[in-house]
Design a protein around this ligand. Structure first.
Ligand code: SAH
Ligand code: MG
Length: 199
């Protein structure tokens, strides 16, 4: 397992795949353990690094992870098999915005870590699959330190992407259904919790 993880970190580096930073994944694993999370839904598997580590954080946790890139999906499947997690990690090869999950499936933790410009769409789509007291966690809210400084970015594509992340943060801050806390961990993480319904 340890060897596979090191191998995956190396593969990610060589292929420019943005897997979670060590501090970020350690935080997620701790969260899963401390809060007795049993069912995780991940948007954006890449090669399965975060899915496998989340699945390894406690005995009973199961992860469903969605990936739309075929090469990453294949690599993810291979890695899940290698560590014997076929029963713990379910990899879905589809665009998350097109996927049809059974309404009966509810998740204690939904982890958004896919296309950074689509965070709000993912949030609005998958919030209906949150178990009571479940949380939505989003990664890369600092985006390498660019967030909050979008006006200074020269590249148009990058500027637009960072602006989208800034808008997502505003969406979270202004959301009356959910309360969000932001953590300066890894590349920036948020945890959104549904507010208690008032009678
Ligand atoms: N969670 C992974 C890293 C994910 S990188 C880890 O930390 O190990 C982001 C991944 O999201 C990429 O592999 C990309 O192909 C995928 N992705 C982007 N948009 C997507 C979408 N709409 N549906 C599914 N996967 C998507
Ligand atoms: Mg990430």
């Amino acid at each position: 397992m340890k060897e596979l993880i090191v191998e995956m970190e190396k593969y990610a580096k060589e292929h420019n795949i943005p897997i979670m930073q060590k501090e970020g994944i350690a935080f997620l694993m701790k969260y899963i353990k401390a809060n007795n999370v049993l069912n995780v839904l991940e948007i954006g598997s890449a090669i399965g690094y975060s899915a496998i580590l989340m699945a390894s954080s406690s005995l009973n946790v199961k992860v469903t992870t969605i990936e739309k890139n075929e090469e990453n999906y294949m690599e993810c499947l291979k890695n899940v098999k290698k560590c014997g997690f076929d029963k713990k990690v379910n990899v879905v090869f589809q665009d998350a915005l097109e996927v049809n999950l059974s309404e009966e499936n509810k998740y204690d933790l939904i982890f958004i870590d896919a296309a950074k410009g689509q965070n709000q769409k993912f949030f609005e789509k998958f919030k209906y699959f949150l178990a009571p007291h479940g949380v939505i966690i989003t990664d890369n809210l600092k985006f390498h330190g660019y967030v909050g400084k979008s006006d200074e970015i020269e590249s148009k594509n990058l500027r637009q992407l960072v602006k989208k992340i800034e808008q997502y943060i505003e969406f979270l801050n202004n959301n009356e259904e959910y309360t969000t806390k932001f953590y300066d961990i890894g590349d920036g993480i948020s945890i959104s919790v549904k507010n208690e319904q008032s009678a």
